[in-house]
Design a protein around this ligand. Structure first.
Ligand SMILES: NC(=O)c1ccc[n+]([C@@H]2O[C@H](COP(=O)([O-])OP(=O)(O)OC[C@H]3O[C@@H](n4cnc5c(N)ncnc54)[C@H](OP(=O)(O)O)[C@@H]3O)[C@@H](O)[C@H]2O)c1
Length: 213
């Protein structure tokens, strides 16, 4: 499948590597295709390309949105036409940082990034997922004690089925569809809890799991 990754940060690069290794064709969208930390892309040139945000969005049959939240509004305005009718996976967290570098949500409770992305991309099918895990563990997550859970939400069932298949291919075995895109209001604060746990326990490799008796 041809997949657009809108964003060339840690998440965009990790997903690009993982998806190329799973034999997908990927284009990473960025403002600067000559960035030093994207040099490795050349090694995979038959399956991995670089382009502008709009070129990547046009290339992908599905797209993954992985940009800093403060840039999302502008980036979405650029790529909206190219994403019409397509599935868009929203990995973003709407974070801002206080003067001590502590992350906070820009908003929550009554609106979420997932919903705003869906409102902006009214002709696309937005699925929120992968926002509660470190980029290093998004593909082939391996944990010694049990299986991590990956939540997802979105308004279009067929889009969620498709992304559930993609997550399975990426190594996720416990995928939980928690409902419509408004459930992003639950998933985005979960990212702050994930960060809090990481700071307290000095780890960035943890993930959420749900136990049933
Ligand atoms: N890091 C994680 O482990 C993790 C885990 C889950 C979710 N997330 C979320 O995933 C998203 C991506 O995170 P990240 O850590 O990969 O990197 P990031 O630093 O949050 O975002 C990097 C991307 O944002 C773009 N960007 C930044 N400022 C911009 C601007 N003014 N205009 C246009 N584009 C701009 C960059 O564009 P260029 O390509 O042009 O540089 C780059 O593609 C974020 O929303 C983050 O909260 C991160």
């Amino acid at each position: 499948m041809k997949i657009a990754i809108i964003g060339s940060g840690d998440v965009g690069q990790a997903l690009a590597k993982g998806l190329v290794n799973l034999n997908h064709k990927v284009m990473i969208g960025t403002r600067d295709t000559s960035k030093k930390d994207l040099k490795w892309v050349k090694k995979h040139k038959s399956k991995l390309q670089l382009g502008s945000f709009a070129e990547a969005a046009d290339f992908g049959e599905i797209a993954i949105l992985a940009v800093a939240w403060h840039a999302a509004e502008n980036v979405l305005a650029i790529i909206r036409p190219e994403l019409s009718g397509k599935i868009v996976v929203d990995v973003t967290n709407p974070l801002t940082y206080d003067e001590n570098g502590t992350p906070e949500l820009v908003f929550g409770h009554d609106i979420s990034a997932g919903e705003l992305v869906q409102q902006t991309l009214a002709d696309s099918h937005v699925v929120k997922t992968l926002n509660t895990i470190n980029y290093k563990n998004m593909v082939k997550p391996k944990y010694k004690d049990g299986s991590p859970v990956m939540f997802m939400c979105g308004n279009n069932q067929s889009a969620k089925n498709h992304i559930s298949d993609m997550l399975s291919e990426m190594g996720w075995s416990n995928i939980q569809d928690i409902g419509g895109i408004e459930k992003s209001r639950l998933l985005e604060p979960l990212c702050l809890l994930w960060i809090e746990y990481g700071v307290l326990n000095k780890t960035w490799d943890h993930s959420f799991s749900v136990l049933e008796k």
